[in-house]
Design a protein around this ligand. Structure first.
Ligand code: FAD
Length: 417
């Protein structure tokens, strides 16, 4: 049994925890990361790896509740709420429904966009500065439509994103097919997002861990936070089966697991796991060059030199650990509608991950209400990879007492209390 003290304890070794550790080490703090499994074994592992400022719009949108009610009993629907009598889920859904209006939708987009844009820049800087070998490429992304009515219906989107500083180019069918020959004819148009980029997320996390260790950070894998104690307004001790850990400051970066540990401190954090799936293959011969979002089936397609991935779908099913075949098959079916070669020759991995979803689809950042030495870095929903670097920077600014680069008041967990 060990007892360890650092300036900062970071709970959670996903991309968020690792980025927090990186910026804190850069600022001269000693850091220990506690991870229950191996580095990035949670949502940070098999996600689609796109860096998408263009996805600034929140899930909580007018119409989302109606759509999910229509899909309630459709096992392979892109967005699904599995009905259960779970008070935390019901409270969360109630909160979520309250944000499904234009005013909150526009506010969340306006707040998230500058963080996404800054983070995308910071990740590129980080990749070059630390020579992160993670297949980063800045090719933009394409949102592709086959349904003319849906394309028409989405025409307000480029102007809405332009209003928050994100450029979108509208392409007709011929231009889309010329730009991406892996797509089948029948496409009616697309939005091209020139500011977006991609990386291989498991490699990004592994490379971040390499740099954290090289800078003197400790990463304790297979070290599950079992207990967290507070004395008044301060966290005093973090207990694990491998010993007790102490930090002057503690960063909670536990993704979808955050409410479980926060509860021990008397903090009720409304995060639900938003379950998504991916299938990773070896590369098909006719492989897309640019990351794609296939709009009608809501399937993301990302290709790297090292592989090819279909991903996405969103299911509110609690902390469910099963691999649901119907949802994996929906990814393949969606891809087959759009692509000449929807699947690669060999399946490398079938995977699910729990996105840490907040009711307003904004992350929780900054000091925890009522706990002076606890900083929250969680609730990044569908965009945690994209937001990882800015979260690390902001968390470092809070811990070191510098003025945060962005106003953190709208992201404080106090908004839910
Ligand atoms: C299918 C899918 C596709 C996605 N695609 C994209 C994308 O293209 N771009 C994008 O930006 N985002 C994407 N995301 C979202 C992104 O994956 C998440 O927002 C991000 O990974 C969250 O990072 P995190 O570090 O907060 O959480 P996690 O990666 O889940 O990390 C939390 C860590 O905490 C650890 N932990 C939990 N409990 C304990 C404990 N008690 N003690 C110690 N450790 C503990 C877990 O093991 C885990 O490693 C996608 C997600 C999914 C599911």
């Amino acid at each position: 049994m060990t007892t360890q003290t650092s300036d900062v304890l970071v709970l959670g070794g996903g991309v968020i925890g690792l980025c927090c550790a990186y910026y804190l080490l850069e600022a001269g703090r000693s850091v220990t990361v506690l991870e229950q499994g191996t580095i990035a074994c949670g949502s940070s592992h098999g996600n689609c790896g796109t860096l998408t400022s263009s996805h600034a719009m929140p899930l909580a949108a007018p119409g989302t509740i109606g759509t999910s009610l229509r899909w309630l009993f459709k096992a392979d629907a892109p967005l699904r709420i599995r009905p259960r009598l779970d008070p935390a889920l019901l409270r969360w859904l109630f909160g979520f429904a309250g944000h499904c209006n234009w005013k909150d939708f526009e506010r969340a987009t306006r707040l998230k966009a500058p963080l996404l844009i800054r983070s995308r820049e910071l990740i590129e800087e980080l990749v070059h500065k630390e020579r992160l070998d993670c297949e980063f490429e800045a090719l933009g992304t394409l949102n592709v439509f086959r349904d003319a009515a849906n394309f028409e219906h989405s025409h307000a989107l480029p102007a809405a994103l332009a209003a928050v500083g994100i450029r979108v180019d509208v392409l007709d069918a011929a231009s889309v097919l010329a730009r991406e020959p892996a797509l089948k004819p029948g496409v009616v148009g697309a939005f091209f997002n020139p500011g977006d980029a991609q990386l291989r997320p498991d490699r990004y996390a592994a490379e971040l861990a390499r740099v954290v260790r090289a800078k003197g950070g400790r990463i304790e894998e297979h070290t599950c936070v079992a207990g967290i104690a507070r004395d008044g307004a301060r966290v005093t001790k973090v207990s694990t089966a491998n010993g007790d850990f102490f930090g002057r400051d503690v960063v909670l970066a536990l993704g979808a697991w955050s409410p479980r540990v926060a509860r021990q401190l008397g903090l009720r954090i409304p995060i639900q796991p938003g379950k998504g799936y991916s299938i990773t293959y070896t590369r098909p011969a006719l492989c897309p060059r640019i990351p794609l979002t296939l709009k009608e089936p809501s399937v993301c397609v990302t290709a790297w030199d090292s592989g090819y991935r279909l991903g996405s779908t969103m299911e509110f099913a609690g902390y469910d650990t099963s691999l649901n075949r119907a949802r994996l098959n929906a990814l393949k079916r969606g891809a087959a509608e759009f692509l000449h070669e929807p699947e690669g020759p060999a399946v490398v991995e079938e995977w699910y991950g729990w996105r840490p979803m907040t009711p307003d689809d904004l992350p929780m950042l900054g000091r925890a209400p009522g706990v002076d030495n606890l900083v929250l870095a969680t609730g990044h929903g569908m965009l945690g990879v994209t937001l990882s670097a800015v979260t690390g920077l902001l968390t470092c600014e809070v811990v070191t007492g510098r003025k945060p680069s962005f106003d953190l008041a709208p992201f404080n967990a106090a908004r839910f209390i």
